[in-house]
Design a protein around this ligand. Structure first.
Ligand code: ADP
Ligand code: ADP
Length: 332
């Protein structure tokens, strides 16, 4: 559920992870202004519409500040703050309901071959825009791990680097995008992978008068992908991607043979073990790349006439890729 609390959590994650102090302090000073003015002006919809992102951030600031100070302050002060934050929260909810009802959904496709950086940049777009990344690969891997009917059908073909049937993945996406957290939009990662899937997606969106709003193509030559794929380690529950050379976890230790010691590979945030995917092998990659070029790339021609395809050079350092992704997301 995309509740106001989860929106606040997203905004909070953004503040916590932002590397630019000035951005953070500018936001918080404007946020303070919004909070101060909020009690007298919170009914002003136009004001709220413009201030929504800051309100989300300020909501976090208020809740966080009132929680932190609750031990030290008098109960009267705390009560005033919580009343004021309740008003802001109610106003945010009201504005969000209007966005959900009247604004078109932001529907993006993150496009690129295996190893292009979809899993690396998707979560950052998710944080930036507050819409979820839906990875069919992650969903299918979860189904395999849980040995559901879908998982049993998908397991062998996935391990060999083939494609799961269109019916299965279209069904998964059809159900997923009905969920509440997708009401402002979503980022598709790994879907659509065939023209049939793209047509099925267009059809299901057309039923609600919607369509794909942007396709971000991460372009990388095939030759660099083997090193990326074979050095990839992932944190299963969050989908966070690491690399033994390009993005090692803080805990990584290297053995006498120069290879990373498997037991030392831990997620930076949770300390949980990382794993390698069974299909992240050089031989399965050959098949995955064939599938990508033959079946997936034609999708670009399908969406190009709409003027929504943006190409990013993903064969550069991650920061450079992210800069181009940001450019491709912004309105020109
Ligand atoms: P995808 O989700 O598109 O399959 P990932 O985001 O998981 O790809 O990236 C594949 C591997 O390559 C990961 O180990 C990641 O850390 C690494 N990687 C991603 N982008 C870059 C880059 N620009 N330069 C070097 N390595 C990268
Ligand atoms: P990649 O790192 O190759 O982008 P994903 O995590 O997106 O890999 O997908 C892993 C595997 O899951 C694919 O090789 C394929 O077997 C299956 N899969 C994922 N998405 C789809 C899809 N849209 N259609 C068919 N098979 C899919």
């Amino acid at each position: 559920m995309f509740t106001s609390t989860s929106a606040l959590r997203l905004a909070s994650r953004r503040i916590a992870t932002t590397s630019t102090r000035s951005v953070s302090s500018a936001s918080s000073s404007t946020a303070t202004k919004v909070v101060k003015e909020g009690s007298s002006r919170y009914a002003n919809e136009e004001y709220l519409r413009k201030a929504l992102p800051l309100l989300l951030a300020s909501g976090v600031a208020i809740v966080g500040a009132s929680q932190l100070s609750s031990n030290n302050e008098t109960s009267t002060t705390t009560l005033c703050r919580s009343k004021s934050s309740n008003k802001v929260e109610a106003a945010i909810q009201q504005t969000k309901d209007k966005f959900a009802k009247y604004w078109p959904r932001n529907i993006m496709i993150l496009f690129g071959p295996p190893g292009a950086g979809k899993g690396t940049h998707g979560p950052k777009i998710e944080d930036l825009l507050g819409i979820p990344q839906l990875s069919t690969g992650d969903m299918l891997r979860a189904a395999v791990a849980a040995q559901t009917e879908v998982g049993k059908k998908a397991q062998a073909v996935m391990k060999a680097g083939g494609l799961v049937s269109d019916d299965i993945v279209v069904g998964i996406i059809r159900d997923r995008i009905k969920e509440d957290d997708c009401k402002f939009g979503f980022i598709l990662d790994g879907f659509p992978r065939t023209l049939v899937q793209a047509q099925a997606l267009d059809k299901m969106l057309a039923e609600e008068g919607a369509s794909v709003t942007k396709v971000i193509e991460l372009q990388v030559p095939d030759e660099v992908l083997e090193e990326r794929i074979c050095g990839r380690w992932i944190h299963k529950s969050s989908g966070r991607s690491y690399h033994v050379k390009f993005a090692p976890p803080k805990s990584m230790q290297v053995g006498d043979d120069g290879k990373p010691i498997a037991e030392s590979m831990k997620d930076d945030e949770t300390g949980e073990p990382l794993m390698q995917r069974p299909d992240d092998t050089a031989s399965a990659l050959v098949k995955r790349l064939q599938g990508y070029h033959n079946e997936t790339v034609p999708i670009l021609n399908h969406y190009s006439p709409n003027g929504i395809v943006k190409t990013v050079n993903a064969n550069q350092k991650m920061d450079g890729v992210w800069g181009e992704v940001l450019d491709s997301l912004s309105r020109k």
